[in-house]
Design a protein around this ligand. Structure first.
Ligand code: FAD
Length: 430
C-alpha cells in the first residue's frame, strides 16, 4: 500500500481519527520517527495499529541531519516522493574542520556510491516528524495526538496494553497484543523495568541554538554537515544548514568539561565561551544573528539491556541513544522501527508475541549500533580520517560506509584491526 501522499491528504486522514479504541493489535507510544516507522510498516500489512502521541504536531525536536542509509526505510514507508518534493536542503557530504579551522577533504557520499540514495536531507524536525506521522495515518494507523500514555499495563511480565489520557482529560485503557515503546529519551518501559545502561565512555552533553544569515556553502556543498573541532579538541560543533534560512549550530563535549569545571553554569554563557574556542566557527557566524534560545541536552548515550519482552518491544531512543557525532539517531530510529515492525508482523502471524520472537532482530541491530559507537569513540580519542585513509586507501570505502550508515554488514569490521594498530602506534609515540 505504498501510495504517494501529499499534505492535504495527510490532514484529511488525521482529522478523521476520533475516539480512543478499547483495543488494538499493536499500540505504539510516541509519534517520532521510530514510532511512525514501526506503526506504518505494521499497518501496511493490514494489522490494526493505534499510535498515541502526547504532543500536537508540529512540535520542536533537535536532530536535523539525515544520513544516506535512511533512504531504504523511507522508500518502504512511501516517503520518498514526499522527501523529493520537499524544500529540505539536500545533503551530499560531511566535512571536517580541524582545531586550527582548516577544512579537510570532504566525504562526498556519491563518490563512493554513485546512486540516488547517496543524496540525503537536512530537515527541520517539526516538519519532517509531522510528515512522517501524517504518512502513518495515510497508511491506516489510528493516530491520536495530544494523548499521553500514562502507564504501560503488565500482567506478570507480559505487557497487555496502556492507560492513556486524551486531550479532553479522559483516562482510558487500551488492550494490545504488542506495545511498542517509541517514547524517545523518556523511555517509558526501559525506565519502569530499570533496564537502562549509561554508556561508560560517552558522558557528553550538548548546547545548541539556531542562526540566521550564517555562512552557507554553494552547489553540492550547500547542505553539507560540518563537524568543527574546538581548539583544544575537547569537543566539537555541528553546523547544519536548514531550508528555513537558519543554521543549527551546537557544541558537544564532556558533561564535566561543559558544566562542572568553569565559573559560569549558564548554558548560554558556556555556549559562547565554546564558540570563541572554535577557530572554524567564528568566521562562519560573524555576520549572523541568533534567532532561537540556547538549549541543552544532558541525557546522553545509553542502551537498554533488552530490546523486547513478552508483548513489548523498544525502538529508537526508547531503546538506545548514541552521541550525535555522525548523525545516526534518525537512521537508528528508522532502522529499529523497520526491524521491529517485521518482527511484530511475523509474531502476530505466528500467534506468538513472546519476547524472544519480538526481539529477534536485537543482536544484529546492536552490532550495527556498536560499529557506529566505535567510530564515535575513535573520534574522541583523536582519530583522524584523512591520516587513516592515507595509510589504508583500500579501506576508504568502509569508512564511508560507516559514515553513510551502512552499519548492518560484517564487511566493515575489516577496519577494526588497522584502527587498533594506529591507536597503539599513537599511544607508543605519546
Ligand atoms: C543534541 C542532539 C543532536 C542530535 N542530532 C541528530 C542529528 O543531527 N541527526 C540525527 O539523525 N539524530 C540526531 N539526534 C538524535 C535524534 O534526535 C533522535 O535519535 C531521534 O529523534 C529519535 O527518534 P525517536 O522517534 O526514537 O524519539 P523522538 O523523536 O524523541 O520521539 C518520541 C516521541 O514520543 C512522544 N512521547 C514521549 N512520551 C510519551 C507519552 N508518555 N505518551 C505519548 N507520547 C509520548 C514525544 O512527544 C515524541 O514526539 C540528536 C539528538 C540530540 C540530543
Amino acid at each position: 500500500m505504498n501510495k504517494a501522499v501529499n499534505r492535504a491528504e495527510f490532514d484529511l486522514e488525521v482529522r478523521m481519527v476520533g475516539v480512543v479504541p478499547e483495543s488494538a493489535e499493536v499500540v505504539v507510544i510516541g509519534g517520532g520517527p521510530a514510532g511512525a516507522t514501526a506503526a506504518t510498516l505494521v499497518a501496511q500489512k493490514g494489522r490494526r495499529v493505534t499510535l498515541f502521541e502526547r504532543e500536537r504536531f508540529p512540535r520542536f525536536h533537535v536532530g536535523e541531519s539525515l544520513i544516506p542509509e535512511t533512504f531504504w526505510v523511507l522508500e518502504r514507508l512511501g516517503m520518498l516522493d514526499v522527501m523529493r518534493s520537499s524544500r529540505f536542503v539536500e545533503k551530499h557530504s560531511v566535512q571536517f574542520v580541524n582545531e586550527k579551522g582548516v577544512l579537510s577533504e570532504p566525504f562526498y557520499f556519491a563518490d563512493h556510491k554513485p546512486q540516488e540514495s547517496s543524496r540525503t536531507w537536512q530537515v527541520v524536525r517539526s516538519e519532517f516528524d509531522e510528515l512522517m506521522l501524517r504518512n502513518a495515518a495515510a497508511h491506516g494507523v489510528d493516530v491520536h495526538e495530544g494523548t499521553r500514555v500514562l502507564e504501560v499495563l503488565f500482567e506478570g511480565s507480559r505487557a497487555t496494553g496502556v492507560r492513556v489520557e486524551d486531550a479532553a482529560g479522559a483516562v482510558r485503557t487500551v488492550a494490545a497484543d504488542v506495545v511498542v515503546d517509541a517514547s524517545g529519551q523518556g523511555a517509558m518501559i526501559m525506565s519502569r523495568l530499570g533496564l537502562r545502561d549509561w554508556d561508560p565512555v560517552l558522558k557528553k552533553a550538548a548546547i545548541w541554538t539556531y542562526w540566521k544569515n550564517a555562512e552557507r556553502g554553494t552547489g553540492r556543498d550547500e547542505g553539507a554537515t560540518l563537524v568543527l573541532q574546538l581548539d583544544d579538541k575537547q569537543g566539537w560543533f555541528w553546523y547544519i544548514p536548514l531550508h528555513d534560512g537558519t543554521v543549527s549550530v551546537g557544541v558537544v563535549a564532556g558533561y564535566d568539561y561543559l558544566f562542572k569545571h568553569r565559573e559560569t553554569k549558564d548554558p548560554e554563557a558556556v555556549y559562547f565561551e565554546e564558540v570563541a574556542r572554535c577557530p572554524g566557527l567564528g568566521p562562519r557566524i560573524a555576520a549572523a544573528e541568533r534567532v532561537a534560545p540556547v538549549r541543552v541536552a544532558k541525557e546522553y548515550s545509553y542502551r537498554s539491556r533488552d530490546v523486547a519482552g513478552d508483548g513489548w518491544v523498544l525502538v529508537g531512543d526508547a531503546f538506545g541513544f548514541l552521541d550525535p557525532l555522525y548523525s545516526s539517531g534518525i537512521l537508528l530510529a528508522l532502522k529499529s522501527g523497520e526491524l521491529a515492525a517485521d518482527a511484530i508482523v511475523a509474531a502476530l502471524d505466528a500467534g506468538d508475541t513472546s519476547g524472544p520472537r519480538l526481539g529477534s532482530w536485537g543482536p544484529e541491530y546492536v552490532r550495527g549500533m556498536e560499529r557506529m559507537r566505535r567510530l564515535v569513540c575513535e573520534f574522541y580519542e583523536g582519530f583522524n580520517f584523512g591520516r587513516f585513509v592515507k595509510r589504508h586507501p583500500h579501506l576508504r570505502g568502509h569508512v564511508t560506509d560507516l559514515l553513510i550508515g551502512d552499519l548492518f554488514n560484517d564487511r566493515v569490521d575489516e577496519i577494526v584491526a588497522p584502527l587498533e594498530a594506529l591507536r597503539a602506534e599513537d599511544r607508543a609515540r605519546a
